[in-house]
Design a protein. Structure first.
Ligand SMILES: Cc1cc2nc3c(=O)[nH]c(=O)nc-3n(C[C@H](O)[C@H](O)[C@H](O)COP(=O)(O)OP(=O)(O)OC[C@H]3O[C@@H](n4cnc5c(N)ncnc54)[C@H](O)[C@@H]3O)c2cc1C
Ligand code: HEM
Length: 397
């Protein structure tokens, strides 16, 4: 229990965090990587460079300070952080490192404004949040190890198949070296690869793109210009290559309790299609009405086109809508030209808006889908989205 004095002191820092929170977290990461290089490999450098991770941490610290007297208000935000930490293998011993460096960053950025009293209060408040996260992450590790085919920490896999899905996306079928069963992940979840590339450790999340219940996990990776792991996978990883894998996690999951009569609308752009493929594979046989809207630049970049069409041919409840904004002359044709729009989304929605909407893609795409769906009356609690990186804010309009 935090004392009322600590609560008051932390709450009083809200305005300063609103103003300087991001400066603090931008200062914090390089400081921590310098003093504790052992944690650097957990983090994605691109998320540091584009500022999304410092922004996400600043947002979380600010929200914590603002709600420190009624933590239940944070309940919606914590599962994502817990799942992300568990996915990446964050452990209790890492928390004092983050805590020490965060306090040091607060001190260095705020200068004299960060009195000893404020630092002590933040130290105590950080400890309480850390305990909560450590306990929740331990629960995820324990649960993932307790189910059939589950495990804790790294498990050795090997690439059993490597297949191009488009000019830029390649699937990797991963099978456990121990030949044992595989935890039945929930469609929408992702695993983490723990790699060493040119002697440097690196971790990356990849969504599972096939249905659960297979003797493999399939991931489907887009080649990113200048990207370390995606290019290594495309160019160097081959059938037989070994990989260390952390168990699937993630809270962007197909709601298993949804009634089969309620339409499912999956809307994706680019490589955001991967978790939606898993959802589609899992849900298609249920008979549930499914609209599968996918936007790609053109047919050459369109992954899983044939598979989605085959599923639609097999299951009459599945209706695909493909959109290309730059179709190639002589190439495959989309159902619709141009970009995602409110008009197109409206055509996919039932009149009563009783629908489950899942969406994922580049940020501008997600922004467009979110604003359009809200304006069309889709209830916010029926919409779920994922970011292939730290959570970012989407605006209602
Ligand atoms: C939950 C989740 C699920 C995901 N699922 C998938 C999936 O199914 N398929 C998929 O393809 N991806 C997925 N991703 C993204 C994936 O984790 C990787 O981020 C992606 O593959 C790029 O990694 P990389 O190592 O190739 O690129 P990185 O090396 O991380 O580089 C990415 C980009 O940033 C630039 N960059 C890197 N470092 C810096 C720097 N210091 N300064 C400036 N620019 C820099 C690079 O040039 C490149 O353009 C997912 C991510 C998350 C969080
Ligand atoms: C109270 C302490 C902490 C808070 C409030 C916190 C908060 C966050 C938040 C908000 C995110 C972004 C989640 C998302 O939207 O994807 C995140 C991601 C992450 N956190 Fe933490 N975290 C804490 C402690 C730690 C610790 C101890 C570690 C271990 C080193 C850690 C490692 C990571 C990593 C590796 C990511 C993903 C970064 C990336 O995508 O590059 N965090 N955390």
């Amino acid at each position: 229990m935090l004392s009322s004095q600590t609560i008051a002191l932390v709450k009083a820092t809200v305005p300063v965090l609103q103003q300087h929170g991001e400066a603090i977290t931008r200062h914090f990461y390089p400081l921590m990587f310098r003093e504790h290089p052992e944690v650097k490999a957990f983090f994605n450098e691109a998320h540091q460079a584009e500022g999304t991770q410092p922004r996400a941490l600043a947002g979380a610290v600010l929200a914590y300070a603002a709600h420190i007297d009624r933590l239940e208000a944070l309940a919606g935000a914590l599962p994502r952080i817990i799942q992300k930490h568990a996915a990446l293998g964050v452990l209790p011993e890492h928390y004092p490192i983050v805590g020490k460096c965060l306090l040091q960053a607060i001190r260095e950025v705020l200068g004299e404004a960060a009195t000893d009293e404020i630092i002590a209060a933040w130290g105590e408040a950080y400890g309480a949040l850390a305990s909560l996260l450590i306990a929740a992450e331990e629960e995820v590790y324990r649960a993932n190890a307790a189910v059939p085919g589950g495990w804790r920490g790294e498990r050795a896999f090997r690439i059993a198949r490597k297949e191009a899905e488009s000019e830029i996306v390649t699937s990797f079928y991963l099978e456990p070296v121990d030949g044992g069963p595989l935890l039945a992940f929930r469609p929408g979840q992702y695993l983490t690869l723990v790699l060493s590339i040119d002697g440097e450790p690196v971790r990356r999340n990849y969504s599972l793109s096939d249905a659960p219940g297979k003797p493999w996990y399939r991931i489907s990776v887009k080649r990113e210009a200048g990207g370390r792991v995606s290019n290594w996978l495309h160019d160097h990883a081959a059938v037989g290559t070994g990989l260390q894998v952390l168990a699937p996690c993630g809270d962007f999951v197909l709601d298993a309790e949804a009634p089969a009569s309620r339409p499912l609308l999956l809307v994706t752009g680019g490589v955001g299609i991967t978790p939606a493929m898993s959802m589609l594979e899992a849900a298609a046989p249920s008979g549930r009405p499914i609209r599968f809207v996918h936007a790609a630049r053109h047919g050459g970049f369109h992954a899983f086109r044939d598979r989605v069409q085959a599923l639609a041919a097999e299951h009459r409840n599945v209706r695909p809508v493909f959109l290309y904004d730059e179709p190639r002359a002589g190439g495959e044709l989309p159902h619709v030209g141009g970009r995602i729009s409110a008009e197109l989304l409206a055509q996919q929605l039932p009149a009563d808006r009783d629908v489950d909407l899942y969406f994922l893609g580049p940020k501008p795409f997600m922004q467009a889908v979110y604003a359009a769906a809200l304006s069309l009356g889709v209830p916010a609690e029926r919409m779920r989205h994922e970011f292939f990186g730290p959570l970012e804010a989407l605006q209602p309009a």
